[in-house]
Ligand binder design. Structure first.
Ligand code: IYR
Length: 218
């Protein structure tokens, strides 16, 4: 068993709870996914802090089964765009059922993925399915849940830092494992372009469900 240390817990008043919960809600409520980026670069130090924040997420048995690969090299971004557009074109034109295409119509997405070259940084999030220590394979637990939570922390940290992101899910994504030269135990989970929005960018006029729709009190 690990050694246990005293948790550095700071109690706050209910008034302060309300204020902080409100401030965080107000911050999160203004986050939007953006699909058009400016090419303005992002400070590496800020990216590092955002990624450190993602790395504070809880994980199954504290295995921290995530890897973040940050791509800023224009050549590599071009390669990723070409591969992503290849699979996405196939998906949009042949694989996705009409119902799915109808659901996406409101977002205005298609197989063109210009943002993969324009955004100054692409964060490729990988799940680490298992590790190998000596000859022994040690599997990680609740990998999807853990990496999903870390990605949530990542998106919140990006927004908090005054940057924008897009949660991109090219399908299938195995080309990322090859281009990024990651080993067999690391599988791509999400591709997140990060940066500044293109000037005057517009986002779809869509709305979040109300608290009544998403919460049941028992
Ligand atoms: N993977 C495609 C399609 C796509 C699917 C969903 I669900 C979205 O919310 C948005 C897009 C793409 O990235 O364009």
């Amino acid at each position: 068993m690990a050694e246990f240390v005293l948790y550095d817990y700071h109690s706050i008043s209910e008034q302060e709870q309300r204020e902080r919960a409100t401030a965080f809600y107000e911050l999160c409520r203004c986050r939007r996914t953006v699909r058009e980026f400016s090419d303005r670069p992002v400070a590496q130090e800020v990216l590092e802090l955002i990624l450190k924040t993602a790395g504070t997420a809880p994980s199954g048995a504290n295995k921290q089964p995530w890897r973040f690969v940050v791509v800023t090299d224009p050549e590599v971004k071009r390669e990723i765009r070409a591969a992503a557009e290849g699979v996405e074109r196939e998906a949009y034109e042949h694989r996705m059922p009409q119902e799915w295409l109808d659901d996406l119509a409101v977002l205005g997405t298609d197989w063109h993925k210009e943002f993969l070259e324009t955004a100054p940084a692409l964060i490729v999030v990988f799940s680490i399915l298992y590790t190998q220590d000596g000859g022994r394979i040690r599997k990680n637990y609740y990998v999807k849940e853990s990496v999903g939570i870390a990605a949530g922390f990542l998106l919140a940290a990006i927004h908090n830092a005054g940057l924008v992101a897009l949660t991109h899910t090219p399908s299938p994504m195995d080309f990322l494992q090859k281009i990024m030269q990651r080993p067999e135990n690391e599988k791509p989970f999400l591709l997140i372009p990060v940066g500044y929005p293109k000037e005057g960018v517009k986002v779809p006029d869509i709305h979040r469900k109300s608290i009544q729709e998403i919460v049941l009190w028992k």
